[in-house]
Design a protein around this ligand. Structure first.
Ligand SMILES: [Zn+2]
Length: 84
């Protein structure tokens, strides 16, 4: 299993996090919400909420799927602010 890249989803915000390595004590920080997740004994421990997840629970199966389109529409629209 060495060298396999896994993608998990942040349990807090759903952001995809790429795991290039996996070992006991590995600390993962979500780049979006800043959550820290520690991998230990085959489980992912979320420091902020003190919750534990199985690795399989958080793994994203859409590794090859392009999901960037979803975010492009989230930008603030300038005409959202109505002036009067
Ligand atoms: Zn997050």
């Amino acid at each position: 299993m060495h060298g396999m890249i896994k993608i998990i989803r942040c349990p807090s915000c759903g952001e995809e996090i790429v795991l290039k390595d996996l070992y006991d004590g590995l600390e993962i920080t979500c780049s979006l919400c800043g959550n820290t997740i520690v991998y230990q004994n085959g489980k992912l421990h979320v420091m902020e909420t003190n919750e534990e997840y199985e690795l399989e629970e958080l793994i994203s199966e859409e590794e090859e799927a392009k999901r960037e389109e979803e975010f492009e529409e989230e930008d603030y629209e300038e005409d959202y602010y109505a002036e009067y």
